[in-house]
Write a protein that binds this ligand. Sequence first.
Ligand code: ADP
Ligand code: MG
Length: 246
Amino acid sequence: MVLEIVGVTKRFAGVTALADVSFRVGDGTIHAVIGPNGSGKTTLFNVVTGVYRPTAGEVRLDGVRLDGRDVFEIARRGVARTFQNPRIFGSMTVAEHLWVSGEVRGSPWRFSRLVREKARERLAFVGLEALANHPAAGLPQGQRRLLEIARALMLDPRVLLLDEPHAGLNPVEKDRLMAVIQRLHEAGLTIMLVEHEMRVVMQLADRITVLNFGQVIAEGAPREIAADEAVVQAYLGRHREAVRHG
Ligand code: ADP
Ligand code: MG
């Protein structure tokens, strides 16, 4: 197992965002985490990446404890993520966004030829190489999401966490993004995917964990989840069409 979430609880003042959550993400799999708004999905990412310390429980990467380490240390160890709202710096070009990330792993050769070369490769992987010298602020949402992924890939991640990457994209952008995620999967990358779009989840995920009010209410293969009564009750009711066509 690449990533293990073991009995993770996260409480904020008055709110239990995660309650004794456990699941394991297998090597090279796409593991989706779904659930209604407010069910704790982003909080889970924030715990795994070290933004929050869990109130209880452990997070392990290849058997090594991550909880208690800081954000940069966890990123350096190979946990990369994208955000629900891409963090774009207006004055920087597409390539410069990647060069800056090239530093995070403690590289002494800031913006060196190696970093630039790697950035070019990562941009090519997501199909943005032609826009390398374009100001990132001018990109439409779909390309911003691809930029976020390319930037995360600069870390050579062991696991990539994607937080609702398809939200707000048009159908063409969605298909393009799904193809990129599929290519990452084929390249062997381990991916944890938070996603609202059931068509995407059913098509991409090897395994699905369902959260509701911070608790795991089901886990299984896409077909099992689509047929799970508790999941349908809590969540899938309004997504049923998408599941049937997924
Ligand atoms: P999801 O991503 O599944 O929509 P979140 O993880 O964002 O859900 O939120 C889960 C719950 O935790 C919500 O009730 C939310 O209001 C609460 N929450 C998240 N972050 C914080 C925070 N920093 N402080 C207080 N409450 C928070
Ligand atoms: Mg969220």
